[in-house]
Design a protein around this ligand. Structure first.
Ligand code: FES
Length: 153
């Protein structure tokens, strides 16, 4: 049963439903159908002081990376699959004031929802106010494409 179905079963009117949604009885007023980027459950992304982790693409937690335009976060890294099926990995921390960036499928780039900075798939700033690029990491498909390694060169 969804949150909406549960509240409808209480036989409350629309105004009462909105009050319950937004008074804190429910923790968010967001549309329950809005998908959020998956968060990987992978272990510590740092090995020997450097970024180095491998995502199992057969796991549900990483299924966002099975489709072009999908992305997820692991630690402070955003990992995305571009429109042309290339894997990219960048720091997820915007260089302006540190907001978590997002991959945008339509424009095939990285966007910061805080002040609108944009970055290309190498992390280069294409729209300010971000003052410097996002750090880029290497990606490598392993095990016949079922695993994706992200690492610092
Ligand atoms: S924090 Fe990203 S543009 Fe300001």
């Amino acid at each position: 049963m969804t949150r909406t179905e549960f509240l409808k079963n209480l036989k409350l009117g629309g105004g009462a439903l909105m009050s319950i949604y937004c008074m804190g009885a429910i923790t968010s007023c967001a549309n329950e159908d809005t998908p959020l980027p998956a968060t990987s459950t992978n272990p510590d992304p740092i090995k020997n002081g450097k970024i180095d982790f491998t995502l199992d693409l057969t796991m549900d937690a990483n299924k966002a990376l099975k489709a072009d335009g999908g992305f997820l976060y692991n630690g402070n890294i955003i990992v995305a699959r571009s429109k042309d099926a290339k894997y990219i990995a960048l720091s997820k921390i915007c260089t302006h004031v540190g907001t978590t960036v997002e991959f945008q499928k339509d424009t095939n780039d990285i966007y910061c929802p805080n002040h609108g900075s944009k970055f290309d798939l190498t992390g280069k700033v294409t729209k300010s106010p971000a003052p410097s690029p996002l750090k880029m990491y290497q990606t490598e498909l392993l095990a016949s494409g079922t695993k994706l390694r992200v690492y610092e060169a």
